[in-house]
Design a protein. Structure first.
Length: 156
């Protein structure tokens, strides 16, 4: 036979391994899709209500022309809701003497020391302040001492 014997079934070399791996992946994905709503919805009960929510981008890649805001490939947003100030992610340049986050917060009149909470969506360098903090599984606002007074912080 040209090209070797034909493989039939799932137990034939690397093809069989790929088929088995794909099957395990699909089964795991289906289990996750069934289980996460139950886990999350239970924690999201009785959150309360707010009359107003605002989201202020503090760090994004693109900035308005002519503004003195710093842009970078990271993201950070200030969320104000019900009198609370929550920082969502801390951008990329936290290891620099003045990060884009600290620079933009100062220009926009956002005191980073007065936050109520900090939420980090996931541990990628452009969300936690850079590579060094990502490796330490934490977050930073700038290279110097710039500590939030937040009572709560959440990192994955």
């Amino acid at each position: 036979m040209l090209g070797g014997p034909r493989c039939r079934g799932t137990g034939c070399g690397w093809r069989g391994g790929l088929v088995a791996l794909a099957g395990r992946y699909a089964a795991g994905l289906a289990r996750a899709d069934r289980s996460w709503p139950v886990q999350v919805e239970a924690r999201l009960s009785d959150l309360g209500k707010v009359d107003e929510v605002s989201i202020l981008p503090l760090v994004e890649r693109l900035t308005p022309d002519g503004s003195s805001l710093a842009g970078e490939p990271g993201v950070s947003y200030l969320i104000r809701a019900g009198g609370m100030r929550v920082l969502f992610d801390s951008g990329l340049s936290g290891g620099k003497p003045q990060s884009a986050l600290a620079h933009n917060a100062q220009i926009l009149g956002v005191p980073l020391g007065d936050l109520d909470a900090v939420v980090i969506s996931h541990l990628h360098l452009d969300h936690v302040g850079g590579l060094r903090t990502m490796r330490r599984r934490t977050f930073t606002f700038a290279a110097g001492a710039l500590e939030p007074s937040a009572r709560h912080s959440a990192t994955p």
